[in-house]
Design a protein around this ligand. Structure first.
Ligand code: ZN
Length: 272
């Protein structure tokens, strides 16, 4: 919107929530609207000023096809959100790879959205496992990507092979599985094969996980593409085991061999 001052701040965007909200208020492109701040914080459209509506205005048509790949959009179960479910959708592949490389997931330093866009454009990468097939020669094809950057990126990719598996599980973008759930599942099952063999009840029984996450994991594992991807990752030397170690006291620590009961607040385990 044209920027206005609203309750003390400059506002140029307001939430439209979802298509139901837009339809209920009949908000159209080009409209003049009244705004308020919901909960004194979030700018929201109160109503449309119909006097100022352009003569050629038409109701807003919700897209039916993905703007990136043209696939038909679907509602999953009774969600309001529209989703593109084409596994080969380029916009999703770009976002998936960016998430995979991000700090909270595989933490591949130097592999940002711009590099990923080029890797996809040049057909050097089609899925996350292809990252592990990149070479100095293939990266040399990228724009303004010099020897030093190439060496650093290859090193960062190689380092990520040794991550404990919860980083991989986070990076795969399994629905409802963020870093915390991935860590709980990885610790409980120890490796990908054991997780793949577990049923929804076993996964839901992991403290802190629950049935929604468990169903999403089982659904992900049931897809043949998932098993193929894990095989491809293993063949590329990517670690599929939980290797995060629980901190243990040094042998000469005053708590070594002791059972300790703690009350109150403390900031680090075995700081001694
Ligand atoms: Zn798409």
């Amino acid at each position: 919107m044209d920027t206005v001052t609203l309750a003390g701040t400059q506002v140029s965007r307001a939430t439209l929530h979802n298509p139901d909200f837009i339809a209920a208020k009949d908000i159209r492109v080009g409209d003049t609207v009244y705004l308020h701040k919901a909960g004194d914080i979030i700018p929201e459209v109160s109503r449309v000023d119909l006097q100022r509506r352009p003569a050629d205005s038409a109701p807003y048509a919700v897209p039916t096809r993905c703007p990136s790949c043209g696939a038909e959009l679907v509602h999953i179960e009774d969600e309001v959100a529209l989703r593109c479910i084409n596994p080969a959708c380029p916009a999703q592949m770009q976002a998936r790879l960016t998430h995979f490389a991000s700090r909270g997931a595989m933490n591949i330093d130097g592999l940002g959205p711009k590099i990923i866009a080029q890797l996809l454009d040049r057909g050097l990468v089609h899925d996350v496992a292809d990252l592990y097939t990149l070479t100095a020669d293939s990266l040399g094809q990228l724009d303004k990507f010099k020897e030093k950057s190439i060496a650093n990126l290859l090193q960062a990719i190689d380092n990520s092979r040794h991550n404990s598996v919860e980083r991989l599980l986070t990076g795969l973008g399994i629905r409802h599985v963020g870093g915390k759930a991935a860590a709980l599942i990885a610790e409980a099952f120890g490796d990908v094969d054991t997780m793949m063999a577990a049923d929804a009840d076993a996964i839901a029984a992991v403290p802190g996980v629950g049935p929604i996450i468990a169903d999403a994991v089982v659904q992900y594992c049931a897809q043949p593409e998932s098993a193929a991807l894990f095989t491809k990752l293993a063949d590329a030397g990517v670690n599929l085991r939980y290797t995060t170690s629980v901190p243990t006291p040094a042998a000469d620590s005053f708590v070594s061999g002791q059972t300790v009961v703690i009350t109150g607040k403390f900031e680090a385990f075995f700081a001694a």
